[in-house]
Ligand binder design. Structure first.
Ligand SMILES: NC(=O)c1ccc[n+]([C@@H]2O[C@H](COP(=O)([O-])OP(=O)(O)OC[C@H]3O[C@@H](n4cnc5c(N)ncnc54)[C@H](O)[C@@H]3O)[C@@H](O)[C@H]2O)c1
Length: 385
């Protein structure tokens, strides 16, 4: 068992001084109001397994915090622990907004395990982590994120009942990419409805950047709907796999070429964050952006640049919520059809955001934030999105 009780004081233990650089930095970070005032942050250490983790709970206003566990080394950072803490805080806050907009009875939480998963991930470490999550008594529910997989959740679940995203063999929902892609497709249909008056991508050209787990399923939906599809990926094998299944899909050299493609109607970022930056927005040929990637806006203000160019932006955390809807359903005993029906509502939610944006005279990203904040302020009985 990991010892999750407070350690006794030792006279010889080094003291983190209140005005020392790291102590002061961490405290400042925790109470920084622009990060949204987190409810609880837990620093976890298990010496036997080498576990070092941060669990951040941003809000439990709508229910237990739900969000994945990221396993990442933060190696390039001068202060990896502080970088991990900041990441956990920002990711937890993002989950509050995503879960609220998805209509889930969940608040926002997220955890980060510090370390290179290929080097330090062991069963012992995951079990110790599970005990820390369990020690929160259900205030935080964990799931997969970058660096953690369904098999890891199966291990964590042995110590912690507040674990989701497990394998189907263990009664879990399995890979969340299926409903993530389905939800993004619903957001794209809503974008088409708003721009062109019809909820279909038929006859439109859609560029998908990143054809990994989500992107390649999105391609299937788009082709079935009658769209022309362009794809790009840094991994040639990912592109080849899609083209082997669908020879009609056109490959583009890279994302820089894709965003400039003539006749592009919709750009779907499905790779990494920061896809919409100062270099991309001015050259974007698409009329709409709707994709799975998290944190697509490279910095605050990009959403205004997109609106200024007349590009309709479907907020990332609204349209990519299919995955969290899937793992939230697992907590009830997974029912794919029920989860899919909930993910289908992303169509109406996205449309309502475009309408609110037009009414308030703000970009859709700002309208989504406003709606999510009012849902959190209203609490669990606040009603539907
Ligand atoms: N999987 C989910 O359920 C889920 C849920 C919500 C959000 N997301 C987000 O959606 C995005 C895609 O997730 P995924 O599960 O498909 O990941 P993935 O790793 O399976 O696929 C990402 C693909 O993007 C490619 N890629 C990386 N950098 C690129 C670049 N510069 N240009 C073009 N392609 C590039 C990779 O080679 C890979 O094929 C991520 O940002 C993820 O955080 C995923």
């Amino acid at each position: 068992m990991a010892d999750v009780r407070p350690s006794p004081q030792h006279a010889a233990a080094p003291t983190i001084s209140a005005d020392g650089a790291s102590g002061n930095g961490i405290l400042r970070t925790l109470f920084r109001s622009e990060l949204g005032g987190h409810e609880q942050v837990v620093l976890c250490q298990d010496r036997a397994s080498g576990l070092k983790a941060v669990i951040a709970l941003h809000s439990t206003a709508l229910g237990p915090g739900l969000g994945g566990t990221r396993f990442h080394p933060y190696a390039g950072h001068e202060q990896p622990e502080e970088a991990a803490l900041l990441d956990a805080l920002n990711l937890a806050r993002g989950m509050s907004y995503k879960n609220a907009m998805a209509g889930l009875a969940h608040g926002g939480g997220k955890a980060v395990i510090i370390g290179d998963p290929d080097k330090v991930k062991t069963e012992e470490l995951l079990l110790a982590y599970g005990r820390f999550v369990a020690s929160l008594g259900g205030r935080y529910v964990t799931a997969c994120d970058v660096g953690t997989y369904v098999q890891d959740m199966d291990v964590i679940a042995r110590e912690c009942p507040w674990t989701t995203g497990r394998s189907p063999e263990q009664g879990g929902a399995g890979d969340s990419s299926v409903l993530t892609a389905f939800g993004v497709f619903q957001g794209m249909r809503a974008s088409a409805q708003h721009l062109w008056g019809s909820p279909t991508l038929s006859g439109r050209t859609v560029g998908v950047a990143g054809v990994g787990k989500v992107g390649r399923i999105l391609v299937d939906h788009l082709l079935q709907d009658g769209a022309r599809v362009l794809v790009t990926d840094v991994r040639p094998d990912a592109v080849e796999r899609v083209r082997a299944e669908h020879p009609e899909v056109e490959a583009v050299a890279d994302t820089a070429a894709l965003v400039r493609a003539e006749g592009l109607d919709v750009y779907a970022p499905c790779a990494l964050g920061g896809a919409l930056d100062d270099a991309t927005v001015p050259v974007l040929t698409a009329k709409a952006v709707c994709g799975a990637a998290n944190n697509q806006l490279a910095h605050p203000g990009v959403e205004k640049d997109l609106s200024g160019r007349g590009v309709l932006y479907a907020p990332d955390y609204v349209v990519n919520a299919g995955g969290v809807i899937q793992v939230a359903d697992e907590l009830l005993g997974f029912d794919f059809d029920r989860a899919k029906a909930k993910a289908a509502k992303i169509f109406d939610t996205t449309l309502s955001i475009f309408e609110r944006a037009a009414t308030d005279g703000v970009p859709p990203a700002a309208a989504a934030d406003r709606i999510a904040e009012s849902l959190m302020a209203a609490g669990p009985s606040g009603g539907e999105v």
